[in-house]
Design a protein around this ligand. Structure first.
Ligand SMILES: Nc1ncnc2c1ncn2[C@@H]1O[C@H](COP(=O)(O)OP(=O)(O)OP(=O)(O)O)[C@@H](O)[C@H]1O
Ligand SMILES: [Mg+2]
Length: 228
């Protein structure tokens, strides 16, 4: 599907411009599925697709649509690592460049309610920071209409998984009108997770680069099958 066709699906034009600047002119099969399953209609989505298959672009569609449809609404993009937060921050700064929207980032200072975050439309947070904001009862949380949970397989992490699980449970309770977009390349039990999240499951094994299995030995790699 050509990205220009997204206009007729209600996608804000600035997203299409942003995609075009990044060389995204055609949606790949997993992204087409995400659109068909309602990512632009506020539906909860669990995308379980390989690494590099463009899950950020799926989240971008959901966030941009949510902000443009709901005046005063906010969005949160949740990541497990600080390094990932900076990467996403840069990307969303580019997205919002010539729009009225703004993006903020906060990954530290867990003792502060960081009220300044209130001025942003989209906030990139680590799991621990969002947990702290909820504990500080920050008022703007109630304006959140789109919540992206990137690398949601973190739920399986024995150390940090429970914090994320409790947080999602709590947010589902507090935020009655939130669109949840959960992303991962590696989920063992996608159907079960989609059920828990009350989400449409976008599952696809399309990869931008084909994977080949091989054994490295001595001077080279011996591939299984035909690959040389
Ligand atoms: N439809 C598309 N056409 C061309 N390039 C695309 C398309 N969608 C995404 N990309 C590019 O593919 C790259 C990988 O995308 P992205 O980081 O969103 O992958 P991902 O699914 O989140 O992977 P991971 O599971 O490793 O986080 C980015 O550089 C992005 O700009
Ligand atoms: Mg990703």
């Amino acid at each position: 599907m050509e990205t220009s066709k997204l206009l007729s699906q209600g996608c804000p034009p600035f997203v299409i411009d942003h995609f075009q600047k990044k060389g995204i002119t055609t949606l790949n099969p997993p992204q087409v599925k995400a659109v068909e399953q309602g990512i632009l209609e506020g539906k909860n989505i669990l995308a379980c697709t390989p690494t590099g298959s463009g899950k950020t672009a799926m989240a971008t569609l959901g966030i941009a649509k949510c902000l443009s449809d709901n005046k005063g609404a906010k969005a949160i993009y949740l990541v497990p690592l600080k390094a990932l937060a900076s990467e996403k921050y840069k990307e969303f700064q580019e997205l919002f460049q010539s729009t009225k929207y703004s993006v903020g980032i906060s990954t530290g200072d867990l003792d502060s309610s960081s009220e300044y975050l209130n001025k942003y439309d989209l906030v990139i947070l680590t799991v621990e920071k969002l947990d702290s904001l909820i504990r500080h009862k920050v008022s703007w949380i109630h304006d959140v209409r789109c919540l992206v949970v990137d690398e949601i397989h973190l739920l399986n992490d024995p150390g940090r998984g429970p914090t994320l699980e409790v947080m999602i449970t709590l947010l589902k309770k507090i935020l009655k009108q939130v669109q949840l977009i959960a992303l991962s390349a590696t989920i063992g039990n996608p159907k079960e997770l989609a059920g828990w999240l009350n989400a449409e499951l976008v599952i696809d094994d399309w990869r931008p680069v084909k994977l080949h299995k091989g054994v490295y030995f001595g001077e080279g790699v011996e591939f299984v099958g035909n690959k040389q």
